[in-house]
Design a protein around this ligand. Sequence first.
Ligand SMILES: Cc1ncc(COP(=O)(O)O)c(C=O)c1O
Length: 400
Amino acid sequence: MVRFPFGTITITQQAKDLIAEALATERVSSGKLVRRLEKRFAELTGTKEAVALSSGTDADALALAVLYDFGAKRGDEVIVPSLSFVATGNAVLQAGFTPVFVDVKRQTLNIDPTKIESAVTDRTVAIMPVHLMGKPADMDAINAIAKKHNLFVIEDAAEAHGATYKGRNIGTLGDMAAYSLYVAHIITSIEGGIVTTDREDFAEVLRSLRSHGRACKCEQCVINSSDSGCTRRFQYGSDVRFIFERVGFSCKMNELEAAIGIGSMAVYEEILQKRYNNLMAMMDGLRQFEPYLNTFRQEPHERIGPHALPVLVAEDAPFTRDELAHHLEQSGVDTRSLFLSMPTQCAGFEHLGYQLGQFPEAEYVGTHGLHVGIHQGISAEQIGYFLKTVDQFISQYAAV
Ligand SMILES: Cc1ncc(COP(=O)(O)O)c(C=O)c1O
């Protein structure tokens, strides 16, 4: 039986060498390698600043927590799509804001821009669109609403490495963008996250937030990159490393993770292209199973960031999502359910008082969606095997 694994990781020789060097010098907490990773990531996305963190969830939460320095109040509202990986909703709550959920469009898996404006109140501070499965959200519409109501826009670009929208990189279309560098993503540090922005003042607050809300945020202090220590440390009346200016988090990236990430960025273009080709081949192949099975489409104005292949089982299909998943798993193809409606299908959000039925599109995806890998370890033969396996499954029903 052919195996079709959900994920893989490419750990380059460069990463191994950098890890060995870091271990030899015993400088392993956040330092020079983290700064190097940040500079390279900012170059790749085309932003001025990038601040590395321990996870994509922290990236979402810290990007939001920055807003307290810019007029937001605890408990203010952040508009998010009802459908996302649960981390998006968790992060809004972790940052001390109230998530206000807006349903998605089934065809795009992304927030429905026509439903955003009615969710805006006088406590709304930001919209956080998610580019789910690497498909860009409708940023023109979202930015227009944000401009009209004076809201910040923070892109959850966790799954959208390499995606573009109208010729611009995802991650450069709002005030800040939050990425995950978890092992399933194109650029990975195994566990990790990163926030990009063009605003130096935002980046400064992010560096403080990741280190307990510390006042010291010059490069030397925040990344511990000098052997001699920071010359400004005692120039503030007391030790600046023990002045805390805001409610902080503890989510720095370490040097070993940064080494993996630097190695991963060196093969980024290659991996991106391979994953993109795999995604396009699998999307094309899946079209033969319409109307039973559907996936999203790539529009001319965009390039999808190849994260995974989403599959939606049609409402009137003669089989369920779980039956399809079971068949694929039995045949060696790893599957994952697609995400859930956070407010109505994830128990952690019950206290917010939403009722099942309020987000029909997201809930549909929650019960009818799955996704499979398209990663750099997948070959053309494996794609052929995947399509053949789906075909066998569907044929059983066609024959009945
Ligand atoms: C849309 C989205 N947001 C946030 C996250 C959180 O990232 P992490 O798992 O690195 O915390 C993920 C995870 O992959 C995600 O898919």
